[in-house]
Design a protein around this ligand. Structure first.
Ligand code: HEM
Length: 411
């Protein structure tokens, strides 16, 4: 019997069920008349996500809709396809080059802050990292600086963070699933308050950016797809405003839902990724030493200079470490879909309407499908890891930001 209390508890129980059904690669729990299947073997996940089976987002995503509208994360079908096509330039790898100065400035700020806390017995690193990723994502997405690390815009910063927590709480408390009951609850009231803060902030930035453009319009060629790949440092907001003001393909509300979606998706995932990577690295002096050697080889004595893209490309061992930590502690442990047609797998028929939860955490965690000791990275050299052929999901290939699900990865 599931006891609904916290997300971690639920995840642990689901992982326990997974271990009981290793052979099948999935298991089913009935919520009244509704089957909910948790999938965790590469074959089943691949069957569902990489074929042309008709899917939509599972019902939990509806809890995000008052906040994110029907943006990329929450939309399905033709709406998702057309929106995704419009926004493809903003997922281009080259964007990272343009925003390197932002990454550098904000990371330097974080490092200085950590230096000033050295005398403390321990520091909870997660809130500090969250502020840093929020600053970075806000600048790259909205083209606006919120100064989260400097303690500015506190109301917006905590509201964005709280909304994510309210969502997590709601998914594991079935009595809050009905909108009317959620609205009456203290979580629902907190959610509404924070939602107002976040939406007002996004609307204000959109208004200001629009005014800026009306006063000094960007030339059409300045926001062409090429510019997102090459020269100019344009935030996602620039692309969206172009699609709104020049192409009339998006409304102001569409802009708001995408900006809010990227703000949520962008800051929380990266913050958790960094926090868990630091945790893993902190556990192992051997790994720390190797990372240190690699960075010393790149920077020598110069500890202040800004990182270039070439530097980043040379951080091979660090890259392996980050991927390994994502494998062990994925920032998004689970995604959900609803089947729009019957599917067949071995001798099972999974009926239309079934909710499918793709359990990234169990699948990548290694106990079951990846035959590799948990911390192999600490003993092996980077070359050794290069040779290790593991099957792992890449949540976002940076080139394309698609969930390319099961792919052979040679770190
Ligand atoms: C460690 C970093 C990240 C991880 C592990 C991650 C993981 C994921 C996953 C698993 C999904 C699929 C969610 C689903 O379909 O239910 C997703 C979607 C998405 N992510 Fe990320 N993400 C990361 C960073 C980012 C960043 C930095 C941004 C933007 C600034 C971003 C924006 C998005 C958007 C817009 C979607 C919806 C895409 C679509 O459906 O077309 N993510 N992410």
């Amino acid at each position: 019997m599931l006891r609904f209390c916290c997300l971690l508890d639920i995840l642990q129980r689901i992982t326990g069920f997974n271990l009981l059904h290793v052979k099948e690669g999935f298991h089913c729990i009935w919520f009244g008349p509704n089957p909910v299947i948790t999938m965790f073997s590469p074959e089943v996940i691949e069957l569902v996500l990489s074929s042309s089976i008709s899917l939509e987002k599972s019902f939990e995503y509806s809890f995000l809709q008052r906040w994110l509208g029907l943006g990329l994360l929450t939309s399905t079908g033709t709406k998702w396809k057309s929106r995704r096509k419009l926004l493809t330039p903003s997922f281009h790898f080259k964007i990272l080059d343009d925003f390197l100065p932002t990454f550098n400035d904000q990371s330097m700020f974080l490092v200085k802050k950590l230096e000033s806390l050295q005398h403390k017995e321990y520091v909870d690193i997660t809130p500090l990292v969250i502020l840093c990723t929020l600053d970075i994502v806000c600048e790259t997405v909205m083209g606006a600086s919120i100064g989260a690390q400097k303690g500015e815009n506190i109301e917006y910063v905590s509201a964005v963070h709280n909304l994510g927590n309210f969502f997590n709480q709601r998914t594991v408390r079935p009595w809050l699933w009905l909108d009317c009951l959620f609205s009456l609850s203290s979580s629902g009231r907190g959610f509404d308050k924070d939602l107002h803060v976040v939406h007002s902030f996004t609307e204000k930035v959109i208004r200001e950016k629009k005014e800026e453009r009306n006063n000094k319009p960007l030339l059409k060629e300045e926001v062409s797809e090429d510019d997102f790949k090459t020269k100019k440092r344009l935030a996602l907001m620039d692309l969206l405003l172009d699609l709104h003001m020049n192409e009339q393909q998006l409304t102001e509300n569409d802009i708001k839902e995408e900006v809010d979606t990227f703000m949520f998706e962008g800051h929380d995932t990266t913050a958790m990724g960094i926090a868990f990577a630091l945790y893993c690295i902190g556990l192992d002096p051997g790994i720390q030493e190797k990372i240190h050697e690699e960075l010393d080889a790149i920077f020598g004595e110069d500890h202040e200079r800004h990182i270039t893209m070439d530097d980043a490309r040379n951080m091979k061992y660090l890259e392996c470490t980050l991927k390994e930590s994502q494998r062990l502690y994925p920032s998004v442990p689970m995604i959900g879909r609803k089947l729009n047609e019957d599917i067949h797998y071995k001798h099972w028929m999974i009926p239309k309407g079934t909710t499918l939860h793709c359990n990234i955490h169990t699948y990548t965690e290694g106990k079951i499908y990846i035959r590799r000791p948990k911390c192999s990275i600490q003993k092996d050299s980077c070359q050794r890891i290069h040779r290790t052929d593991i099957r792992t999901p890449i949540y976002h290939s940076l080139q394309d930001h698609e969930i390319a699900l099961v792919r052979n990865l040679h770190c």
